[in-house]
Design a protein around this ligand. Structure first.
Ligand SMILES: C[S@@+](CC[C@H](N)C(=O)[O-])C[C@H]1O[C@@H](n2cnc3c(N)ncnc32)[C@H](O)[C@@H]1O
Length: 125
């Protein structure tokens, strides 16, 4: 799907405020989709880096041309391997836009980082 066929990104300002603590840091958006959240993150990091995941081939239609940005077509369950392959350390923040149906699964995938990251949950109705 092209960017204009995705839903309007939810809680854009709240999400970036909660996520970004260091504008020079390394961040990950694991549900890139139309890229709305990734664009908002890039707007607020200076010389930071952003790596995005989306398992759906269509998401690449929304790729962002920016030296600070990379998009990988991967399930984010592979996050640890991908970060190692890219030579990244632990991210400052990871954004996952998910629904209640997938919340348990998402948390399970991130259990590797459970002790390293603060988790902030923002709920949109
Ligand atoms: C709700 S959309 C994300 C919207 C996006 N934040 C935006 O601003 O447009 C969810 C996206 O996450 C992707 N996705 C869902 N589960 C995934 C997974 N386990 N690994 C990688 N991508 C996933 C879907 O393909 C979809 O494009």
């Amino acid at each position: 799907m092209k960017v204009d066929q995705y839903h309007i990104p939810v809680l854009l300002n709240d999400a970036t405020q909660a996520l970004i603590s260091d504008p020079s840091g390394f961040y990950v958006d694991v549900t890139f989709g139309g890229g709305g959240h990734s664009r908002a993150i890039l707007d607020q990091i200076d010389n930071g880096k952003l790596l995005a995941f989306d398992q759906d081939a269509d998401a690449s239609l929304n790729h962002i041309t920016d030296d600070r940005f990379s998009l990988v077509r991967q399930n984010f369950r592979n996050i640890q391997n991908v970060l190692e392959a890219f030579g990244h350390g632990v991210p400052v923040g990871i954004l996952a836009v998910t629904d209640f149906h997938w919340l348990d699964k998402t948390l399970e995938i991130f259990k590797t980082y459970w002790r390293l990251l603060d988790m902030v949950f923002l709920l949109a109705s």
